[in-house]
Design a protein around this ligand. Structure first.
Ligand code: ACO
Length: 356
């Protein structure tokens, strides 16, 4: 038995492949670097979904925009319910309210995830929702709905890079969860809600906010090594480092670091983050020798989303908004197998006493 299902192959997929030894992510036959930073989220979703969720050259941007408007119709009345919830809890509530019986559930999921992320972030801050503009590009509209101010082209490109970078990543915990739910034929929207629930944890998608908390606590470059060493000494994990599959640097880290670097002039502490990263890698090498711990996607996600003016509690909802593209595709792919996912457990509890 493998406690974390390490190395267990539980699905065949045409969607993405993670090579943890080479530090390579392939999405539908393309290296990540051919996609991220080079195209809009809609274009990348078209590539990811082609032949599975959609059939070729369709107006994805238009359908996602129309779905944002449809989702807002369902979700706006729930805005008062968001008070007192964290953004990711709010997003969970909102996604769960989207109906299965939609004309286009895959699109309702992806458009709705953007609307829900923005609404949930605003709601947690006591702010009312902002209506989507179905004619706008998804990343630009998401930023406007979330912050209340229009995004400039550089900011929209930064968010596009982020959403494309994180849209799919093999059989990670949330994608596996989405596939399990899809395998019961519960539907795309239920699969997406389940995916978000798995993403919420700090060991998966909940880390980028804590990365910034860590940078704040470290404060200065001079403090970095001592602070990080103490944290390991207390048995803590350094947020933004380590990965179940990558034994070298996560390729997404550099794509996001470059995108954050392009947003110069905004609240950007890349140089400080680089110094902390170098210190962390040195401390991990010394304190955890042989574990091959390196920088993961969350470290520079934190820097990029901070530079885009997203509050840190909103980072996981934005991750969910992008990863919904992958959850939807995996749900559809899983259903096509026609087989429910149902592993077995190894019973180690007591057996009933034999009748005399
Ligand atoms: N900081 C310090 N030590 C670590 C870290 C870390 N970030 N990650 C792993 N280790 C240590 C473990 O304590 C363990 O040490 P031990 O052998 O002395 O007991 C050893 O490295 C092996 O760790 P595992 O638990 O086997 O690693 P696993 O593959 O289960 O965990 C995980 C991967 C959860 C990502 C882990 O590295 C972690 O907690 N990282 C911090 C949180 C984080 O950045 N999460 C985002 C991940 S990216 C994503 O999901 C989108």
């Amino acid at each position: 038995m493998k406690l974390g299902l390490d190395d267990v192959i539980a699905a065949q997929t045409i969607l993405s492949h993670v090579d943890g030894e080479a530090g390579r992510l392939i999405v539908r036959g393309h290296d990540l670097e051919e996609l991220a930073g080079r195209m809009s989220f809609e274009r990348a979703v078209a590539i990811l979904w082609e032949g599975l969720v959609t059939e070729g050259a369709e107006d994805l941007a238009g359908r996602i925009g129309a779905a944002r408007a449809r989702a807002f119709g369902h979700l706006a009345p729930l805005a008062p319910r968001l008070a007192g919830l964290t953004p990711v809890e709010g997003m969970r509530l909102l996604l769960a309210a989207l109906p299965d019986a939609d004309e286009d559930p895959a699109f309702l999921a992806i458009g709705g995830a953007g609307v829900a992320a923005a609404m949930a972030v605003r709601g947690a801050g006591g702010n009312g929702p902002i209506e989507p503009d179905p004619s706008a590009a998804h990343a630009a509209d998401l930023l406007r709905m979330l912050r209340g101010t229009p995004a400039d082209a550089g900011e929209a490109a930064g968010l596009d890079t982020y959403l494309v970078t994180i849209m799919d990543h093999g059989l990670n915990a949330s994608t596996f969860t989405a596939r399990v739910v899809a395998s019961t034929e519960a539907g795309i929207l239920s699969s997406v809600v389940a995916g978000l629930c798995a993403l919420k944890g700090p060991l998966h998608g909940g880390a980028p906010g804590p990365v910034l908390d860590m940078l704040d606590a470290i404060g200065t470059v001079e403090n970095a090594e001592g602070w990080l060493d103490d944290a390991i000494g207390r048995g803590e994990r350094l947020m933004g480092f380590g990965h179940r599959i990558y034994r070298v640097r996560d390729p997404r880290a550099d794509v996001l670091k470059a995108a954050a670097g392009r947003l110069k002039g905004r609240d950007n502490r890349i140089a400080f983050a680089e110094a902390v990263e170098a210190a962390a890698l040195a401390v991990l090498e010394r304190r955890k020798p042989g574990r091959r711990l390196d920088t993961n996607v969350e470290f520079y996600t934190a820097l990029l989303l901070e530079a885009l003016g997203i509050p840190r509690a909103g980072f996981t909802p934005l991750f969910g908004a992008g990863r919904t593209a992958g959850w939807v595709a995996h749900a559809v792919e899983q259903v096509k197998t026609g087989r429910i996912i149902r592993p077995r457990s190894d019973y180690v509890g007591p057996w009933p006493a034999q009748a005399a």
